[in-house]
Design a protein around this ligand. Structure first.
Ligand SMILES: C=CC1=C(C)c2cc3[nH]c(cc4nc(cc5[nH]c(cc1n2)c(C)c5CCC(=O)O)C(CCC(=O)O)=C4C)c(C)c3C=C
Ligand SMILES: [Fe+2]
Ligand SMILES: [Fe+2]
Length: 344
């Protein structure tokens, strides 16, 4: 994309207009909702030492010999239940693209800013979008990992991949990375507004609300990952803002994977116990996900709803993530404008 201008008898590349790139990044998702698509995605995901820290021979044998043979077909069926058939992609991709498009419109008055989006695993890859931004003249880059709470398994691995892409570039863009926003007042307010609106529109009032975050192995937190503390901080800010105590806004962790102990209390076990103890009406909110995905649309809204009702619960509702809603976009826009200070 380098423009060429005459220079005497010779030619030389013209300097491109200098731009600032903003790259929104979420976790990733399979390209297709079949076993092969899920296998490719899971292989890349579960081979990342930020996700499975012990990548030794035993893990490789389990991954290749069991997980990648058994899990893809089962997970493909789950993806099919939530797939965006119209666009032929997962909801996580549709929503992340829309967040990028809406952010671009919201900051269109800021000249020289180009907004793009990428997935840490799968497509569009971080490398391909950094190349595209550089080709458009972006010599400065703000990377925005779309995780309110930091963890090495999510935010840090985005940086690892960005650094790997930059390592292969001669003309590297100057880099900024946005910080986690777990206790940012705009984020807490957006969650509170979206929860209140959802509750007001329900035909029932819940006895309590479950705040379910994606889990991780307990040993990662023991080694110093701040994820758990940030999930607790978000939940405490929400309790304060909504006037709910710990028994009315209950913190849990979902998506256990493998045989290690994960962060507790587990969402599915908590929901089962609540139903068995006679609770009839609950609502679940998932503040750790900036976009609806398999974990919220299938695991919470379908699987956990089923667990609740199977054990005697009657009314269950899952609150959508902030997604590309107005309050959700306010959070992203304010985060981006704050981190672009001095650049635009
Ligand atoms: C929001 C934060 C997330 C953390 C922290 C996280 C840690 C983590 N995840 C796994 C294993 C899996 N996660 C899977 C899906 C998935 N995970 C997140 C987010 C976090 N993960 C999202 C948004 C999604 C959904 C992606 C989509 O396509 O919709 C999966 C794949 C599904 C499955 O096979 O169950 C796995 C596997 C580990 C091991 C981990 C902590 C180290
Ligand atoms: Fe995950
Ligand atoms: Fe899950």
């Amino acid at each position: 994309m380098t423009a060429v201008v005459p220079l005497g008898n010779a030619t030389a590349p013209a300097a491109l207009e200098q731009r600032v790139g903003v790259l929104l990044v979420n976790l990733g998702t399979p390209d297709t909702a079949d076993a092969q698509g899920v296998r490719v995605y899971l292989k890349e995901f579960l081979s990342d030492p930020r996700v499975i820290e012990d990548q030794g021979l035993v893990w490789k044998a389990i991954l290749n010999g069991i997980i990648l043979r058994v899990r893809p077909a089962r997970k493909a069926r789950d993806y099919q239940k939530i797939w965006n058939a119209e666009r032929g992609e997962s909801p996580l991709k549709t929503i992340t693209r829309s967040q990028a498009e809406k952010l671009a419109s919201a900051i269109a008055d800021r000249e020289h800013v180009v907004v793009d989006w990428a997935m840490r695993y799968g497509n569009p890859s971080i490398r391909s979008r950094i190349d595209a931004l550089a080709a458009q003249g972006c010599d400065r880059l703000l990377v925005v990992p779309l995780y309110p709470q930091y963890s090495a398994a999510t935010s840090a691995t985005v940086c690892d991949e960005v650094f790997r892409a930059l390592a292969d570039m001669r003309a590297q863009p100057t880099l900024r990375v946005s910080p986690p926003y777990y206790d940012n007042p705009d984020y807490i307010e957006a969650l509170a507004v979206s929860m209140s609106e959802h509750l007001a529109a329900l035909p029932f009032q819940p006895e309590l609300i479950v705040a379910s975050f994606h889990g991780m192995p307990q040993k990662y937190v023991d080694k110093g990952d701040p994820y758990y503390a940030q999930c607790v901080a978000t939940t405490e800010s929400l309790r304060k803002r909504l006037g709910l105590d710990a028994s009315r806004l209950v913190l849990t962790f979902q998506s256990r994977f493998g045989s290690d102990e994960w962060l507790q209390p587990y969402t599915d076990k908590t929901i089962e116990k609540l139903a068995k103890d006679g609770v009839k009406r609950i609502v679940v909110v998932t503040p750790g996900f900036s976009a609806d995905c398999l974990e919220t649309l299938e695991e919470i809204a379908q699987e956990n709803a089923e667990i609740f009702k199977h054990n005697g619960g009657e009314q269950f509702s899952a609150i959508p993530c902030l997604n590309d809603s107005e309050p959700g976009m306010d959070v992203i826009r304010q985060l981006v404008l704050r981190e672009l200070q001095g650049w635009i």
